[in-house]
Design a protein around this ligand. Structure first.
Ligand SMILES: Cc1cc2nc3c(=O)[nH]c(=O)nc-3n(C[C@H](O)[C@H](O)[C@H](O)COP(=O)(O)OP(=O)(O)OC[C@H]3O[C@@H](n4cnc5c(N)ncnc54)[C@H](O)[C@@H]3O)c2cc1C
Length: 303
């Protein structure tokens, strides 16, 4: 977040030598941690107060945002980091998206993109975009979206119905860039220490290098309530075995009915919610499998 106001000075971290290492009840490092939390809370409060004086972005009005940087993620996929204009801010929640508008020779085109930066009240945001060879917006982005370029956005749009501790298990099923809203909801669940919901991610990609958020999902695997499994549809030689960096669970075929049927989380379907996001054809096929297995359609949320 941009530093908008004069913030109070940060607490000084004690030197290692200031701790006697005897496990004292009131260790200098415990006091420091408390001070740091108090300081961070105060900064957030001051920044929120300042941000609320700005005009909030809304779904009806386009706002010109500047590209601060562009980062490659994997083949044809890029992160675009944007900054809102001086007097604007945006408040968004997990899985919401924005609409980008661009001009062609004699008209305009608009496309939705999911926000993948941390939700809240912000002055900056990030989207992750896959560029298709024959895509209209993709071709404009390839040519024009460089650092410093101004792009018109409106939103945020969409609402996530997720409430903490409402289900025992959440099954995330994604293909390709469909992972973007599911990544946001996964983070919302795992980052909340009071939420005891277990998250199972089944993510379909063509090859190992096309798995988006690899590193982030690897870090989430340290939590007791997150597990990921990748389905690679275009890796007959199982190259992922030599490429893989994090000892991920990889299955070398498309996600199918048999695999879903065998999952223990499916067998406990009494308290299950499914979030599904891929192409239209992918979503249709997965819904077909899930309903055949006995999952209620009302438990399946698509984007
Ligand atoms: C709510 C919502 C959120 C979205 N969030 C994201 C996001 O975070 N990141 C992102 O990259 N995209 C996202 N999309 C898709 C995005 O809006 C565009 O559809 C996509 O970028 C293609 O636009 P285009 O103009 O380049 O292609 P178009 O000219 O619209 O399509 C041309 C061709 O591109 C290919 N294509 C287009 N879309 C897809 C697709 N989804 N899967 C496979 N092939 C496709 C097809 O071959 C298609 O025939 C989202 C879509 C929705 C509805």
């Amino acid at each position: 977040m941009d530093r908008l106001v004069n913030l109070p000075p940060e607490p000084l971290k004690p030197e290692e030598s200031q701790c006697c290492g005897q496990g004292c009840q009131f260790c200098v490092f415990d006091t420091y941690k408390q001070e740091l939390l108090i300081w961070q809370r105060k900064c957030k409060e001051l920044e929120t107060c300042q941000l609320e004086k700005n005009t909030k972005m809304n779904p009806e009005t386009y706002v010109d945002c500047v590209i601060e940087s562009v980062e490659p993620v994997c083949p044809s996929v890029f992160l675009f980091h944007f900054k809102l204009p001086e007097n604007h801010c945006m408040e968004f929640s997990a899985s919401q998206h924005l609409i980008a508008r661009e001009s062609t020779s004699n008209s305009t085109i608009s496309r939705p993109y999911t926000l993948i930066s941390s939700p809240g009240l912000v002055k900056k945001f990030t989207v992750l975009i896959k560029l298709y060879d024959n895509g209209m917006m993709s071709n404009i982005i390839k040519r024009k979206w460089l650092t410093g370029k101004v792009v018109s956005w409106r939103g945020p749009i969409g609402q996530c119905d997720y409430k903490p501790n409402s289900y025992r298990n959440v099954l995330m099923i994604a293909a390709g860039t469909g992972i973007t809203p599911l990544y946001q909801i996964t983070k919302l669940i795992i980052d909340n220490p009071d939420d005891e919901t277990r998250v199972f991610l089944l993510y379909g990609c063509r090859t190992y290098s096309e798995i988006i958020f690899q590193r982030e999902f690897h870090q989430l695997q340290d939590y007791w309530n997150f597990k990921a499994c990748y389905f690679l549809s275009d890796d007959e030689n199982q190259d992922a075995e030599t490429l893989k960096r994090h000892n991920e669970e990889i299955i070398y075929h498309k996600l199918d009915e048999e695999t879903l049927k065998e999952m223990s989380v499916i067998k406990q379907s009494d308290s299950l919610r499914v979030y599904l996001c891929g192409s239209k054809a992918f979503d249709k096929k997965i819904i077909e499998y899930l309903t055949k297995i006995g999952i209620e359609k009302s438990s399946i949320i698509t984007f």
